[in-house]
Design a protein around this ligand. Structure first.
Ligand code: SF4
Length: 253
């Protein structure tokens, strides 16, 4: 095959892959890991995170800037992403079972493994996960027995079957009203004083039972925490809760 033929073959492969990505059947995955949820309403709960690559929101303080360029991250099929989640969670459970001398997962059989992950939380995050069609991924996660959460800036339309929608609105690309209105959790990152007003503007758009969290931006935590504690204390009827990034204190990803 000459160079020209090879180049056109690569172009065809790329175009085919893009069709799969556009349909949500394959997605760029920056990383995936099993840990504890460090933030918000499910803080402290075991959760498997799927961090999709790609974000055009451009927060200056973003702590995952390496997620922005989707092309830097391997594209995986939805089936592979779900299999990875099952395998990683089960391997942690299996290691604990073996360490405790309990009956091994093999002895219990495949059904036991499936039961053990039923209802486990999978958090789809990014990057900005709603840049992608999430129907196939969320459907496959549900079929495997997972509970599906999403963490989004709200800048793109919702897609997929999602059990818990956490919207963290960003000034750099405002959230869509239809996404804000579907939020079950509103998490506002406080970087400076003007973020309190930004928080209130978005709290006015969520449903009455949406949980409200103010979270200090990590590099400004020392500076902003006293102001945030005062804010929560002086707005007792607004139902804001202070939320710190617990995973950074307990050194888990
Ligand atoms: Fe970073 Fe999230 Fe902002 Fe995107 S939306 S720039 S990933 S903090």
């Amino acid at each position: 095959m000459d160079t020209k033929d090879r180049m056109s073959e690569v172009a065809v492969e790329r175009a085919e892959l893009q069709i799969q990505i556009d349909a949500g059947k394959s997605l760029p995955v920056m990383e995936a890991f099993y840990t504890l949820q460090g933030e918000g309403n499910y803080q402290g709960r075991a959760a498997y995170f799927i961090r999709l690559g790609g974000c055009d929101v451009g927060c200056v303080w973003c702590d995952v800037k390496e997620s922005w360029d989707a092309e830097l991250h391997p594209v995986k099929t939805v089936e592979q992403i779900v299999q990875d989640a099952i395998q990683e969670i089960l391997s942690d459970i299996k290691a604990a079972e073996i360490a405790s001398g309990a009956e091994s997962m093999e002895a219990l059989g495949d059904a036991a493994g499936t039961d053990m992950i039923r209802g486990c939380i999978v958090v789809v995050t990014g990057g900005e996960p709603l840049m992608y069609e999430l129907g196939p991924l969320t459907k496959a996660l549900h079929a495997a027995g997972f509970r599906v959460h999403i963490e989004t800036s709200g800048a793109y339309p919702l897609s997929g079957e999602i059990d818990w929608v956490c919207v963290s609105p960003k000034k750099f690309k405002a959230p869509l009203p239809e996404v804000i209105s579907r939020a079950q959790e509103l998490k506002v990152v406080v970087f400076n004083k003007s973020d309190f007003l930004w928080a209130e503007q978005h709290a006015a758009q969520v449903s009455p039972d949406c949980k409200l969290y103010l979270q200090p931006e990590w590099s400004k935590e020392k500076q902003m925490l006293p102001l945030m504690i005062d804010y929560v204390k002086t707005h007792p009827l607004s139902t804001w809760s202070l939320c710190v990034q617990v995973h950074k204190y307990i050194n888990v990803p």
